[in-house]
Design a binder for this molecule. Sequence first.
Ligand SMILES: [Mn+2]
Length: 315
Amino acid sequence: MIEKVKALINKYNKITVLTHLNPDADTIGTALGVYALLKNSGKQVEVANQGRKLPIYLDFLPHFGKIKSQIDFEDSLIIACDAGSIDLLGFDLSNREILNIDHHKSNTNYGTVNVVEPTFVSASQVAYALLKEEYVITKEVATSFYTALLYDTQYFTTNNVSKETFKVASEMMEYGVNIVEVVYNMKQRRSLASLRILSSTLDTLDLHEDAALVSMVCSRKKMQETGADILDTVGIVDYGISLVTAKIAVVLIELEDSIRVSMRSKQADLSNLAMIFGGGGHKSAAGFEIKNKGQEEVFDMIKKEIKKLGLLNEE
Ligand SMILES: [Mn+2]
């Protein structure tokens, strides 16, 4: 563990582990792993998420029920997990020291100490590499870290997966992770609303630029009809990019007072595109949220930028 990180953690008895808004399995898994590991080391630890709702399918993770919606510790060290910018944490963190653990290329290095590894497949891989020498990795910790890694690599299918990824996964198995149980919990416990909204969103699939650009709209009306919330829409965009001709896929999700845009690519770098609109992400998976505009207008803006950046020309 780098000396600066060790010194920062040792300065504090109380630690607040934070996850990002619209939480996914990487931020939650990384945070719960860090939570368990520091708690076992004798620290007072809390874990929190500011925001809408937690993905309930992650309720099999150890300590999932401990995730609060507010910060109770006043003078704690903040450990941010998988959050590319401080806004994504959703809390007022002025005058706080922050350990920023992440793997987003777009990370703004907002921490007191920043451990950001863009070549790592998940924030949990960053946390694991950082903390394994100094702390005990229990089965609980490894289960959370492994789940995060499995999710962010889409079950070892993303193009950043390497020998190292499998090495980390096999180390997790040695700590006792039940990989069958994890994958069952991740893949076979979907809500009915998420299947219904998937179906109605796929119906809107539209093709542009010789079918290299795929768009879908997840309307407010359909979300209300199906009872789906934003978390039920996670993963729909991956169906768009699965089309043989697709180079970029975009899903526009109509929320109460904004449009949430989720994008995928095969080759093109989307992280810069997302940053133009105030968002962020990775090369092949990025997104942003935009207020006071309709979905058609938002899509036109995206299309214009995609052309300007020549993103459909990249092979
Ligand atoms: Mn991540």
